[in-house]
Every structure is written in structure tokens, then in C-alpha cells.
Design a protein around this ligand. Structure first.
Ligand code: CO
Length: 178
């Protein structure tokens, strides 16, 4: 699967909800998720949202527990699955507290910056079995969910940087990736 990178247009669209009453669409989404899973591990990412693979729909996958297997020289050999999580039509319904951590994104390769996020979130979503779930989440998973959920709204983590920093980071990225 191709991963679209900044400044691709598809990353800027507000994605559409998955129509869970449409059998054909459900099937397509589940097939896409299994491809995204493979792509995420191959790319050594901890999350991947549908718009990043060119699909403007509201779902993403996350695995913050994956382990990197290294060879004798310390090079990454493969990524071992940890806990694979699927979020379809997610909705963050409550948020509180403040949190900050360094983030990166497969769609903005080479850029790692600290971003302000909420510490705790409550969200509703449909899981891989298309069952409705409600969860209270904190820590790194809460940050990852907020990062991926932003993708569904056409937002990237670099958009959340303070103005001056944002301008510098975007300019440098576009120059290096021209
Ligand atoms: Co991202």
C-alpha cells in the first residue's frame, strides 16, 4: 500500500463515516484494514489512518505494543505484533488534562516534534468485529488515538505546533522533500 505524505491533498480532507449498514462497504473496510495492518508493521509505525493510504473514510489502526526485532548489528529485522487495535467511526466524547510527547507520522517522514494533547479521553467507536465500544483511555494510547483521529479531520500533528515552529518545520520539510 502506498502511504501518502504531506502535502498530499487526501491528507487534508475531512473523511466520511463508514456506512455500517452497507455490507459491501463493511467488507471493503475490513479488507483495507488487513492491508493497513501489514503496511503499518512494514513501515514500523505505531498507527495508520485510512486517509494516509488514500482512503477518505473514518477508521484507523494502532499498535503501541509492537516490538522491534533486531539483528546482531542492531538493525531492525522485523516488527512483532503487540496489541493490534482497530477504530472505526471513532468519536472522542470527553477529554481532560494536558499531556505532551514527541510525535512522528508516516505521512511526515523524518519529522519528530512535541505536541500538546489531552491526557485522558473517552471515546466511542466500532472495533474489528463491528461491535460498538466505549473506552476511557490515557497515556501513550490516548496520544496515539488523538493523532490518528486528527487524520480523519484532515489534520496533521505539525499543524498543532506553535506558529513559528510550525512555519520552520513545514518549510524545512518541503525543502528536503522537494
Ligand atoms: Co500520522
Amino acid at each position: 500500500m502506498k502511504i501518502y505524505t504531506y502535502p498530499s491533498e487526501v491528507l487534508r480532507k475531512v473523511a466520511k463515516e463508514v456506512d455500517l449498514s452497507n455490507e459491501e462497504e463493511k467488507k471493503e473496510v475490513l479488507e483495507t484494514i488487513s492491508k493497513m495492518k501489514k503496511t503499518m508493521y512494514e513501515s514500523k509505525g505505531v498507527g495508520l489512518a485510512a486517509p494516509q493510504v488514500g482512503i477518505s473514510k473514518r477508521f484507523f489502526v494502532i499498535d503501541i505494543d509492537s516490538k522491534l526485532e533486531k539483528d546482531e548489528e542492531g538493525n531492525i529485522k522485523e516488527v512483532k505484533e503487540g496489541k493490534f487495535r482497530v477504530y472505526i467511526n471513532p468519536q472522542i466524547i470527553e477529554k481532560e488534562g494536558k499531556s505532551k510527547g514527541e510525535e512522528g507520522c508516516l505521512s511526515v517522514p523524518g519529522v519528530y516534534e512535541e505536541v500538546n494533547r489531552f491526557e485522558k479521553i473517552k471515546l466511542k467507536y466500532y472495533d474489528i468485529n463491528l461491535e460498538e465500544k466505549e473506552e476511557l483511555v490515557d497515556g501513550f494510547l490516548a496520544i496515539a488515538i488523538q493523532h490518528e483521529n486528527d487524520h480523519l479531520d484532515g489534520k496533521l500533528f505539525i499543524d498543532r505546533l506553535p506558529t513559528v515552529k510550525r512555519t520552520v518545520v513545514k518549510k524545512r520539510y518541503l525543502k528536503e522533500n522537494a
